[in-house]
Design a protein around this ligand. Structure first.
Ligand SMILES: Cc1ncc(COP(=O)(O)OP(=O)(O)O)c(N)n1
Ligand code: 3NM
Ligand code: MG
Length: 206
């Protein structure tokens, strides 16, 4: 099991129909220094998703980067990923922990609610995610978080904090300064002409 790094860039995959292209882009993100990778895929069939998750996990192993599977503890188990990310409607931490074991990394979406984060920490989450901080084309319309959310979270929590939603090179530093241990990014990484370079810019902020 690859352990959770202390901080850094958390790259999250976009919906990409072609598997070879997805894998190519993931490898470029890993080459660029992403320190955590989430496989998030809202378009593929279960069979495709398993094959993709296995291939992405092999790439992550090559770069010593933990793989987190979005939404689906069963898939995380099947591809031997390091962990799973759970939204508020994606099942309980307890159930995921029972399925994946004590060493698995479990992350939880908390929107802008410190109370949800405290509860997640109490229930054994390994990180909590707050967002969205800015407009996001990947997932528009989710509740807005702000810098105060991060400040309050930093003071109250002992587990790592992830910031997500519309994060770009020019707005990420403020989130890190206010307490984000990881910045989670889809669009500005995976739509970049040069994915590795985009990741390097983010990673240099830590
Ligand atoms: C790191 C991180 N933070 C938040 C989310 C969003 O999770 P969720 O609310 O379950 O929404 P979907 O991603 O499933 O659409 C995330 N995936 N990763
Ligand atoms: C998957 C996801 N969850 C969010 C939340 O607010 O919980 S925002 C988001 C999308 C992040 O992608 P981008 O970097 O392209 O904005
Ligand atoms: Mg989800």
């Amino acid at each position: 099991m690859t352990p959770l790094p202390k901080n850094g860039l958390y790259a999250i995959t976009p919906n990409i129909a072609e598997t070879a292209l997805l894998l190519e882009k993931v490898e470029q993100a890993l080459q660029g220094g992403a320190s955590l990778l989430q496989y998030r895929d809202k378009i593929s069939t279960p069979d495709e998703t398993l094959l993709r998750a296995q291939a992405i996990h092999q790439l992550c192993l090559n770069y010593n980067v933990p793989l987190i599977i979005n939404d689906n503890p069963a898939l995380a188990l099947a591809c031997q990923a390091e962990g799973v990310h759970l939204g508020q409607s994606d099942g309980s931490i307890l159930e995921a922990r029972q399925r994946l074991g004590k060493d698995a990394l479990i992350g939880v979406t908390c929107h802008h609610h410190l109370s949800l984060a405290l509860q997640a920490q109490e229930q054994g989450a390994d990180y909590v995610a707050f967002g969205r901080f800015f407009n996001s084309t990947t997932k528009p319309g989710t509740p807005l978080a702000n810098l105060k959310t991060l400040q309050d979270a930093k003071a109250a929590l002992s587990i790592p904090i992830v910031a997500i939603g519309g994060i770009q090179h020019n707005n990420a530093k403020a989130l890190i300064n206010q307490g984000a241990d990881f910045i989670a990014v889809v669009e500005q990484i995976f739509s970049a002409d040069n994915i590795s370079e985009s990741c390097q810019h983010f990673s240099a902020l830590f």
